[in-house]
Write a protein that binds this ligand. Structure first.
Ligand code: EPU
Length: 341
């Protein structure tokens, strides 16, 4: 057995919900060579592998019977604005902060998103009118099934709203969690020239005077908006938005508008409307609700929280009741954004 592989590990420090679950095996990956060791070990023992970053978008409903790979490689190359590289094990927000300090602009709207850099492409992280795919050039990956390393271009990552090739591979693996892709580093194209992205309503409000929208001011405003609405996982276990914002037909939206004149909407592809899941859930009475130690955040109806000691099952059952009630009331099926294992 490799010295780096540990047996029977408690995963509660490794998921932002802070729920208890055990990994049969656990290994931190610091270098490319570690990946081969992990593959050999898993193959020898017939174990499924699960790639974990900071566990900020995952809900463990039961123990994981295989080998958990914690991405722990570090380093950033910030010299060339057109090819900024970050290793997957770096914290995303630290990377955004370092880019800002180095005069590399573009990522300000994505400040304070929890998780590691390597997790960013998995769900094509997005916030306040920006999405990772706008900046991403390529991703260095290992295909864990074959051990082959390759560089995937943005197109090959098949990005969509909160989705990618990597996310879809995880979904098709189902609850077993078997991983196909290990993301090792990202290369992004940033800019030395700052163009503020104030397309999101809440940011446009802060910067009614555009001249005030400096890179630092936009970064600070994004952090302040997030802190005012979203609980800090270090204080209250959560994984951000639990469900995706559903896309419905424009026709269905107009029907709902007759009944609920206040229903908000975001623009989406032609013929479709994106409705905030948080609004649907708040209308259905979920905001601030609590069931035992599992609950819904009192400032945001899309955020499930662990008040301390809730199990993954408690949170999962609450989420199911929430989505069922939205289905019954609005005829809209909510899809989880968080990965459920
Ligand atoms: N709203 C309510 N009740 C609430 C909260 C929000 O009715 O309790 C309504 C309001 O009408 C508000 C609208 O929902 O205008 C949208 O709320 P918010 O601006 O907070 O954004 P969101 O759609 O809930 C999405 C992302 C967030 C991202 C924000 C900002 C998804 C699933 N979530 O949330 O991402 O930070 O926009 O861009 O797309 C995450 O992925 O974990 C995440 C936090």
């Amino acid at each position: 057995m490799s010295a780096g592989i540990q047996q029977d590990i408690d995963l509660s420090p490794y998921n932002s919900f802070g729920v208890s679950a055990r990994a049969a095996w656990f290994m931190a990956l610091e270098e490319r060579e570690d990946v081969e060791l992990a593959r050999e070990f898993a193959a020898r023992h017939g174990l499924p592998m699960l790639v974990l970053g900071e566990g900020s978008n995952i809900l463990f409903v039961k123990d994981f019977p295989g080998l958990v790979l914690q991405v722990a490689n570090r380093g950033m190359a910030l010299e060339d604005a057109e090819a900024v590289t970050v290793q997957a094990g770096e914290n995303w927000h630290d990377f955004v902060t370092q880019c800002l300090k180095s005069g590399l602009y573009g990522l300000e709207n994505l400040a304070l998103i929890p998780g590691k850099a390597g997790a960013a492409p998995v769900q094509n992280i997005g916030a306040y009118g920006a999405e990772l795919e706008q900046f991403l050039l390529s991703v260095e990956v290992c295909d864990l099934r074959t051990g082959q390393w390759q560089s995937l271009s943005r197109e090959q990552c098949e990005f969509a709203y909160r989705s990618s090739l990597f996310k879809r591979a995880g979904l098709s693996a189902g609850r077993s969690g078997e991983a196909q892709w290990l993301i090792f580093s990202l290369t992004l194209s940033l800019s030395r020239q700052f163009t503020p992205n104030l397309s999101y309503g809440a940011l446009a409000e802060v910067f009614s005077d555009k001249a005030e929208a400096t890179p630092q001011a936009v970064f600070d405003a994004v952090c302040a908006i997030r802190r005012s609405k979203l609980p800090d996982p270090a204080e209250l276990g959560n994984a951000g938005s639990f469900f995706k914002n559903p896309l419905i037909s424009a026709e269905r939206y107009h029907e709902l508008q007759q009944q609920y004149p206040g229903i908000p909407a975001f623009a989406a592809e032609p013929g479709l409307v994106k409705v905030p899941a948080a609004w649907l859930l708040e209308q259905a009475g979920w905001k601030g609700k609590r069931r035992g130690q599992a609950g819904v955040h009192d400032k945001h109806a899309l955020v499930l929280v662990n008040h301390g000691g809730a199990s993954g099952e408690d949170i999962y059952l609450l989420a199911q009741d929430m989505s069922n009630s939205v289905l019954q009331r609005f005829g809209i099926a909510l899809q989880p954004e968080v990965r459920i294992l």
